[in-house]
Design a protein around this ligand. Structure first.
Ligand SMILES: [Zn+2]
Length: 334
């Protein structure tokens, strides 16, 4: 999908609620010029195929630089693949390197890092600014093309929902910083549809809405604690959300409540008891591990059989159907 002459969106459809509607890859650069990708999806075929398809549509079979918005695997899973098959130089947040571990090529070959204030200059005068925007994750980055008013937000801002927050204080600071950007017309989120200026609403309204939403959540949490009764984050989450959310998002919602509680604790408004962790039973841990291992073996075997079956069907195409005919019919002129 074309966002501007220089920017294309590759929305890869998703069916899980943690990645609402799509996971998005962005391709930046002019037709025939150097390309930058922002995020490259999870390490599975559908992302690779869609990325290749969109690159082909702008006459590209390679990527200049493959950058990411943060280390989470739905954004960074294909880094090794694009390095190996699309010859991309890889660019990751400086403080994300240690979090990426196995997602990066051996010895970090072909990997460079971005810090706040870096710029990426592409052919045709396309300039992309790099901004750190911690909060969703510690290493979150946004990318910004000021000239065109296009802001790539990763999971800091999503297309149709609010996001998961790891650190509320830094998240709020990041949102406020984005609000100060001089020219914002389109927000390009890591998941879900674009947020564009329309006649009724401005893209930047979404940033304000996010700030207001976090404030509202904090107020709701404080209200839950008004009665003086100690509560777990899960109880607070259930009281606030009730049945209004997809059950599969309850842990994510609980995580956000915890992030708020941590911030309130830091500012001295809330105090917490220590809690007590369960000690896992070593026998159960060992049994579960063995079960997982056995299942993985079965899956591997299934994959091998599937591959062999496909190869067999293809090989059959090369040879006469001796499995069908003892003696095939013959033909001659009357
Ligand atoms: Zn994500």
């Amino acid at each position: 999908m074309k966002i501007s002459d220089n920017v294309r969106m590759v929305p890869v459809p998703e069916d899980q609620p943690m990645r609402p509607t799509s996971t998005n890859i962005y391709i930046i650069g002019q037709r025939g010029g150097q390309t930058l990708t922002i995020d490259s999806g999870e390490a599975i075929d559908k992302f690779r195929w869609m990325l290749r398809g969109y690159l082909a549509a702008i006459d590209h079979s390679e990527i200049g630089v493959a950058a990411i918005t943060h280390h989470h695997f739905d954004h960074s899973g294909n880094l090794k693949h694009v390095r190996e098959h699309l010859k991309a130089e890889i660019a990751v947040p400086e403080n994300g390197v240690k979090l990426l571990k196995r997602q990066l090529p051996k010895d970090n070959e072909g990997v460079k890092t971005y810090v706040d204030g870096d710029t990426i200059d592409l052919d045709g005068g396309v300039r992309v600014q790099v901004m750190t925007s911690p909060g969703h994750s510690v290493d979150s980055l946004c990318y910004y093309i000021e000239e065109e008013g296009i802001l790539f937000t990763g999971d800091t801002i999503l297309g149709n929902t609010t996001s998961v927050v790891g650190d509320v204080n830094s998240y709020m600071a990041s949102l406020r910083r984005l609000l100060e950007l001089p020219n914002v017309k389109v927000l390009c989120p890591g998941h879900g549809p674009l947020i564009r200026d329309t006649d009724d609403a401005k893209a930047r309204d979404r940033l304000e809405m996010y700030v207001a939403h976090r404030q509202m959540r904090e107020d709701q949490i404080l209200e839950q604690l008004q009665d003086g009764e100690p509560k777990t984050s899960w109880q607070i989450m259930e009281n606030i959300y009730g049945d209004s959310i997809d059950k599969r998002l309850r842990r994510a919602a609980d995580g956000n409540v915890q992030a708020h509680l941590k911030s309130l604790q830091k500012s001295g408004v809330v105090r917490a008891s220590r809690g007590q962790k369960k000690r896992p039973n070593p026998a159960t841990v060992a049994t579960n591990k063995a079960k997982d291992k056995a299942n993985r073996k079965i899956i591997q075997k299934g994959k091998r059989l599937d591959k062999a079956q496909r190869a067999k069907i293809l090989a059959q195409q090369e040879n006469p159907p001796t499995d069908v005919w003892k003696k095939p019919p013959t033909y001659q002129l009357r």
